[in-house]
Design a protein around this ligand. Structure first.
Ligand code: C2O
Ligand code: CU
Ligand code: CU
Length: 505
């Protein structure tokens, strides 16, 4: 069989397996004599980037293009999104085949307001693959949420329609969620931003609003995006370049004394971004589900896969500031641990002359009511395990000892009930936990017997659960239907670390 065909077939089989199983742990495999790695149909290690492929750096940071509203009716946002192959030029003279929404990766930014009706006509132009659009974090009805149970066939269309309730203003995003193909469709380029704005915003307009979406890119020597290796499947795919709005280390010029509002999005499959703005001071004003109650000054932030943060940065000294990554140990299995500290993601040139005077941030941003008195307690235990599979010893990712099964409802819940979810990580890696359909409140973290409250009360839809940690959160679903909960390292989601909660009235 032609090698390329074999690779594809191998992946397809893996993705389609009902008992989702990853490949063997590298260290166990390496210990086995006479093992031919290539026989598994997948490269053992990520392809090394070719030295000749240098990505352009230092271009002006681009604004993500807005998706135009085709409706002239007040309160209605109607548009089309087509997912299809496209070509990108990341390196000089090299064309990279990607997947794109309306020809763009990241996709066009959707901006709408609380109270708006949204109608998006989706066309799946991906040859031979199902897809969906999942509205990550948004309070949309279950049958409009692009679940894996609700695929759109290659070549088919469907309309997603929903209303944005009052109080739903936040930094959401959208991405595909087809069973077994989510990780690949995202690392090939499919992700977009969905900003829901409030009618009145307490954050001074003088700060502007700059969306920074982080994606991860790996390029082979010929400019193509390589398939996932076994190391990728175990740890989640970490590429060679972290891009910001599709650019490598772009540049932003600001006047001295400027305050800027940045909406930060981690749209990578598996990068844990611990970020610092160097000498510029950073204040967190919002999370996945919108504004905090009050601003919180921080030195650095941890933005795990799928999380968002709304921050205000003050540029009070002239010179060059870099948004850079700091070291963070999220656990790693096998070889190829990325050295991902010290990456410059964005360069900000602060001028010598002061710009317009900046109004201060208000002391109060909004009220967040505590989700009180849970009537139901649930436990979710994450494990990674070796087991016998079709091709020998294999590895799986589990929640409460089972791998995802699209035909199985894992738990049933009731609309309006407040539940306490205890998420326990007994695995060797961090796993960012995400729930569809609602926003939750983290109430405490526990590690080595030490219980700590979160730094602030916030609405979130994704929370990192570190190795050996337990996270307790309060959650309430307001809409009926089947909802997913899963690790947002997309390779782990694909390999079993996902479940279904059926919410009934
Ligand atoms: Cu962004 Cu089910 O995920
Ligand atoms: Cu989601
Ligand atoms: Cu995980």
């Amino acid at each position: 069989m032609h090698r390329r065909t074999f690779l594809t077939a191998g992946l397809a089989t893996l993705a389609a397996g009902s008992q989702a199983l990853a490949q063997m742990k590298m260290d166990d495999m390496n210990a086995m004599p006479g093992m031919d790695h290539s026989a598994h149909g997948m490269p053992a290690q990520p392809a090394k980037p070719a030295a000749s492929l240098v990505l352009k750096e230092g271009e002006a940071l681009r604004d993500l293009p807005r998706l135009a509203n085709e409706s002239t009716d007040a309160g209605l946002f109607r548009a089309r999104l087509t997912a299809a192959p496209a070509t990108a030029r990341f390196a000089e003279g090299v064309e990279t085949p990607v997947l794109a929404y309306n020809g763009m990766s990241p996709g066009p930014l959707i901006e709408a307001f609380e109270g708006d009706r949204i109608e998006i006509d989706f066309a799946n132009g991906i040859p031979g693959e199902e897809s969906t659009i999942h509205w990550h974090g948004m309070p949309v009805p279950a049958d409009q949420d692009g679940n894996p149970m609700d695929p759109v066939a290659s070549g088919a269309n469907r309309r997603y329609a929903f209303d944005l309730p009052a109080g739903s203003a936040a930094s959401y995003w959208f991405h595909p969620h087809p069973h077994g193909k989510t990780a690949e469709q995202v690392y090939r380029g499919l992700a977009g931003i969905f900003l829901v704005k409030p009618k009145a915003d307490p954050v001074p307009a003088a700060y502007g609003e700059t969306v920074l979406v982080f994606t991860d890119l790996r390029l082979a020597a010929d400019g193509t995006i390589p398939e996932n290796s076994m190391v990728d499947l175990m740890n989640g795919r970490v590429g060679d370049h972290v891009l910001v709005n599709g650019q490598k280390n772009p540049v932003l010029d600001v006047p001295l004394g400027a305050k800027r509002r940045f909406r930060l999005y981690n749209a990578t499959n598996a990068r844990f971004l611990k970020l610092s703005f160097g000498a510029a001071t950073m204040t967190v004003i919002g999370t996945d589900g919108g504004l905090l109650e009050a601003p919180v000054a921080v030195d650095d932030i941890l933005l795990t896969p799928a999380e968002r943060l709304d921050v205000v940065v003050s540029f009070d000294k002239p010179g060059t500031i870099q948004l850079e990554t700091l070291a963070y140990d999220r656990g790693w299995m096998g070889p190829g641990k990325p050295d991902d500290a010290g990456l410059a993601l964005l360069t900000v040139n602060v001028s010598d002359t002061a710009g317009e005077a900046m109004p201060p941030l208000p002391e109060k941003l909004r009220a967040i009511a505590v989700l009180g008195n849970a009537t139901i307690n649930r436990r979710f235990v994450f494990t990674e395990k070796m087991g016998m599979g079709a091709s020998g010893m294999e590895m799986g990712f589990f929640i409460n000892d089972v791998a995802f099964d699209m035909k199985r409802v894992d738990i049933t819940a009731k609309v309006g009930d407040v539940e306490l979810w205890e998420v326990i990580n007994k695995a060797d890696m961090d796993h960012p936990f995400h729930v569809h359909g609602t926003q939750f409140q983290v109430i405490e973290h526990e590690r080595d017997g030490k219980v700590t409250p979160p730094a602030y009360r916030a609405w979130k839809d994704t929370v990192n659960v570190a190795q050996g940690e337990t996270v307790r959160l309060l959650l309430k679903q307001d809409l009926p239907g089947q909802r997913m909960y899963h690790c947002h390292i997309l390779e782990h989601e694909q390999l079993g670390m996902m479940g279904i909660v059926d919410v009934t009235v």
